[in-house]
Design a protein around this ligand. Structure first.
Ligand code: IPM
Ligand code: MG
Length: 406
């Protein structure tokens, strides 16, 4: 199963399929772990176990440092992330995050919010590209509310701009009395901000099916018209990759009408946020999907990145050993590939996840709805799924088999 947009076509991609393992000395990668809130600690513990197991098999070391971020940090320190913890993230090879936020910190009038930590990390580390691969495991097609026939061959990569647009621009909170309140958000984009993310989308498309869909709202927004122009300019350097422009509303429709028609989707921050949640329905559960956020900053081993499942903190199921850890485990695989250049270990983890699913191992969110089918599968919790994946992990056979990045 290929779940990541592999950096195969990237000019400044991390090292080859065996990373720096060939360099002789046993490499050690430094990771800041952020369990966060809600189910964050459950799924991050799972992800760490799998990454550690891969390291043991492949012969690399992992130097973990855990920091408190999000709602937990608001409780402990009064800030969503402390400057020294942000610095620790900037000094690491990668950041591995569970989830942040929860109803306890959701008061709309609060000035300190858990999500601010995400923006501090994304902005502070310059992580302008958020990669959200959406694939449908054949064994899970029945878990999606969409018709199974529509899900065959779905393999899309959403490339979301992550440090610009509405999220990072000036806003005015509402003031005044009811009836005269006014609030404002602004949506700016500079051409170079657009060009760098669109270029990345084209580079990634070269390692895939060579099609880029640039999504905008050019019939209304000035920033979208600039986006469309710049996307066209970038495309001129990629004559081997097809570019199509689509409006965001029509794209939302097409994602459920014919999802297999998409290869790489590139879009601005808010559109990417919305479309990626929509697309996650294809995979059967929000719990299945990983993400990587990267920018231009390099470490000794690859690109500095932040890796997290796309689901939120799901406080109602926190600490109950029922959260699906697969989105986090696959994010760990993306970390191995993008930040450490360890395609061998990354692919082995993806294969192990795939095998566990084929073998019928299921957390509650991906149980078949048909009772007859449900009786045939192996129901497990977070820990059970993690152990099932580790039991199927075989990095050595992958190192022998790889050399190419799918
Ligand atoms: C995401 C999330 C965040 C976002 C929230 C938690 C601020 O929805 O990563 O998609 O909107 O970027
Ligand atoms: Mg979102």
């Amino acid at each position: 199963m290929t779940v990541s947009g592999a950096p195969g076509g990237l000019g400044d991609a991390p090292g080859g399929s065996t990373g720096d393992a060939s360099g002789g000395a046993r490499p050690t990668y430094r990771i800041v772990a952020i369990p966060g809130d809600g189910v964050g600690p459950d799924v991050l513990a799972a992800g760490r176990r799998v990454v550690d197991a891969a390291g043991e098999q492949a012969g690399f070391g992992l130097d973990w440092r855990e920091v408190v971020v999000g709602g937990a940090a608001i409780d402990a320190y009064g800030a969503s992330i402390r400057p020294e913890d942000l610095e620790a993230c900037a000094a690491a090879d990668a950041v591995f995050l569970g989830a942040v936020g929860g109803p306890r910190w959701d008061d709309p009038s609060a000035t300190v919010r858990p999500e601010q930590a995400l923006f501090a990390l994304r902005g502070g580390l310059g992580l302008f590209a958020n990669l959200r691969p959406v694939t449908v495991h054949p064994a899970l097609a029945e878990s999606s509310p969409l018709k199974t026939a529509l899900l065959a061959d779905v393999d899309m990569l959403i490339v979301r701009e992550l440090t610009g647009g509405l999220y990072f621009a000036a806003r005015t909170e509402a003031t005044g009395a009811p009836g005269s309140r006014h609030a404002e958000d602004t949506l700016p984009y500079a051409d170079e901000e657009i060009a760098r993310i669109v270029r990345l989308a084209f580079d990634l498309a070269r390692g895939r099916r060579r099609k880029v869909t640039s999504v905008d709202k050019a019939n209304v927004l000035a920033t979208s018209r600039l986006w469309r122009t710049v996307a066209g300019e970038v495309a001129a350097d990629y004559p081997d990759v097809a570019l199509e422009h689509r409006l965001v509303d029509a794209t939302a429709m097409q994602i459920v009408r014919w999802p297999a028609g998409f290869d790489v989707i590139v879009t601005e921050n808010l559109f990417g946020d919305i479309l990626s949640d929509e697309a996650s329905v294809l995979a059967g559960s929000l719990g299945m999907l990983p993400s990587a956020s990267v920018g231009a900053r390099r470490t000794a081993h690859g690109l500095l990145g932040l890796y997290e499942p796309i689901h939120g903190s799901a406080p109602d199921i926190a600490g109950k050993d029922i959260a699906n850890p697969i989105g986090t485990i696959l994010s760990g695989a993306m970390m191995l590939r993008w930040s450490f250049g360890r395609d061998d270990a990354a692919t082995a983890i993806e294969d192990a996840v795939s095998r566990a699913l084929f073998d019928g191992v299921r957390t509650p969110d991906i149980m078949p709805t048909d009772p007859a089918r449900a009786a045939e599968v192996e129901p497990v919790g977070t820990v059970g799924m993690t152990e099932a994946i580790i039991a199927r992990l075989d990095v050595r056979s992958r190192s022998a088999a790889t050399g190419s990045i799918a």
